[in-house]
Design a protein around this ligand. Structure first.
Ligand code: ADQ
Length: 496
């Protein structure tokens, strides 16, 4: 890992995200500390430790309040405290309106352009605004008490209004925001009441820098601002917006994973044992192993993937028994009806496929319907001959990158939806369109029939690209950009 802290010089980082880096929960009469899985926390936690910053997040754990002071503060990591976590507590109404409602039933489908799932309610918007205010007050308080000059970094679509609200209450030296999901074109944003889309865009313009995963999303954002915010002057060529006497930069910073960590996990002796066990169970007699890994979310194209597999086994009977598909699917956002329905649909379709095609020695799809550890995932990624990523839209898709990092034997093929950020970032996958089932089926067949030498060439290319695109490179490029913006401003002020 590079020395990320150097980019902050004498400044400190105040981070705002919905999920917290450490959660205290009651378990069997004791209090346990849990760290949510995912690359973001593992990349940012060392930076926060090195710079002794403050992380502001929703205190969602059942024992969080008991373990924090009256302002919601607790020092973390609990075993070796190095930075401050400021928890903001939400009641059920706030969680329903801000998180499940506006964030996940309005902005999530809208940004992924899956408007059939879009469910706008005025009440959701009211709670979203209130909760953004609540978080902005907490961040502003942390800015005021910081001993070093603070930079505020906001994560994601849960906080579209926060930058402007923080700016009106405090004076950090820079506010920036990373948008993890796609940004929709103006015709889609138009589905929101116009005062709501106006507030969202103006809220985001409270930042000094807004970071997107791909050029396309950055251009969509610039297009929306240019169309809806008539008092902003948008320079799409230079990706700068002049608004309210300030300049806002719009940047492209594709996120990645801790490549070395995944590679090491795949090399572990336990991982090799898992590979042998998995292949012993599912790859006997030259059979290939297919793999998919996702949260059960309608953006991931799970029904479309199951449809393509059905058609493959229907249209090409010789492909039956040629490969077994492992579907690793973790339940997600089950409080929302559309997610529960998707999960039921997935389970029953897998059952139907298995009933229809199974033979005495072969079960077509093995459904692993739970969250599994990174160690187990690394073994599965290494064992797989093909990995299917079929998102209908996806900001980046880290599963694709994790598969490539774990392919230490360079034998696997990545079949990747062209609607993922990853498809624009790594070159060597078989690209498919999940809306075109015939093309999807052809993509799976090509992958299954690909020669060993072509597999190796493609995988080596992707692995080389990935090594220079780790999550630490992502972090370093964003922090170095913020450092340059601050330096340019300081110079301009001193010359004035
Ligand atoms: P997600 O929509 O959650 O992220 P993704 O990027 O694929 O999508 O990350 C999912 C993570 O969860 C991966 O690290 C994966 O290993 C893990 N995971 C999935 N299923 C699992 C299971 N059954 N068990 C254990 N772990 C599992 C959002 C955006 C993405 C963007 C990321 C990061 O939607 O487009 O890539 O943020 O910016």
């Amino acid at each position: 890992m590079q020395d990320i802290a150097q980019y902050l010089e004498d400044r400190t980082l105040i981070l705002l995200s919905n999920r917290e880096p450490y959660e205290h929960v009651h378990a069997d009469g004791l209090v346990e500390v849990r760290q949510p899985p995912g690359g973001l926390v593992s990349a940012l936690d060392p930076t926060m430790r090195a710079t002794h910053g403050t992380w502001v997040a929703w205190g969602s754990g059942s024992a969080d309040a008991d373990m924090s002071d009256s302002d919601g503060r607790v020092m973390v990591p609990p075993a070796n405290p190095e930075y401050s976590l400021r928890r903001v507590f939400l009641d059920d109404e706030e969680v329903n309106g801000y998180y499940l409602g506006f964030s996940n039933a309005v902005l999530w489908p809208l940004c992924h352009m899956l408007v059939q799932h879009f469910e706008y309610r005025d009440g959701y918007w009211d709670r979203y605004r209130d909760v953004n205010e609540k978080f902005a007050r907490a961040v502003a308080a942390e800015v005021d008490r910081a001993e070093k000059r603070p930079i505020v970094w906001i994560q994601d679509y849960h906080f579209a209004l926060a930058a402007d609200l923080i700016r009106s209450r405090s004076t950090p030296i820079l506010i920036h925001q990373f948008w993890h999901i796609p940004f929709p074109p103006s015709d889609i944003l138009r589905l929101l009441p116009s005062d709501v889309s106006d507030s969202l865009l103006r809220g985001m313009l409270g930042n000094d820098l807004i970071e997107f995963q791909t050029e396309r999303y950055a251009l969509s954002f610039l297009g929306c601002v240019s169309e809806f915010i008539t008092d902003a002057d948008t320079d799409a060529d230079n990706r700068v917006i002049h608004y309210s006497g300030r300049s806002i930069e719009v940047g492209v910073f594709p996120i990645s994973i801790d490549v070395e960590k995944y590679e090491q996990l795949a090399f572990e002796p336990e991982s090799l044992a898992r590979v042998e066990r998995l292949r012993g169970l599912h790859a006997c007699g030259g059979r290939q192993v297919g793999l998919s890994v996702d949260r059960v979310d309608y953006t991931k194209g799970i029904p479309e993937r199951l449809r393509a597999l059905t058609q493959l086994w229907e249209q090409y009977p010789e492909m039956r028994e040629r490969f077994t598909m492992l579907v690793v699917a973790t339940p997600s956002r089950s409080e929302l009806a559309s997610y529960r329905h998707l999960e039921e649909e997935m389970v029953s379709t897998v059952q139907q496929i298995n009933d229809r095609f199974k033979t005495e020695n072969w079960e077509p799809i093995v459904l692993i319907h739970k969250n599994v550890s990174a160690e187990v995932l690394a073994g599965a990624y290494r064992a797989a001959d093909i990995c299917l990523v079929s998102s209908l839209q996806d900001g980046m898709n880290l599963v694709a990158k994790e598969f490539v990092a774990c392919q230490v034997d360079e034998k696997g093929v990545l079949v990747l939806s062209r609607f993922t950020g990853a498809a624009e970032d790594i070159d060597g996958a078989i690209l498919i369109n999940p809306f075109n089932i015939d093309g999807f089926v052809d993509g799976i067949r090509r992958a299954l029939e690909m020669s060993e030498s072509e597999r190796r060439i493609r995988m080596q290319r992707m692995r080389t690209q990935l090594r220079s695109l780790t999550i630490f490179d992502w972090l370093a490029s964003i922090l170095s950009r913020t450092r340059d913006i601050i330096a340019a401003r300081t110079e301009a002020t001193s010359q004035a």
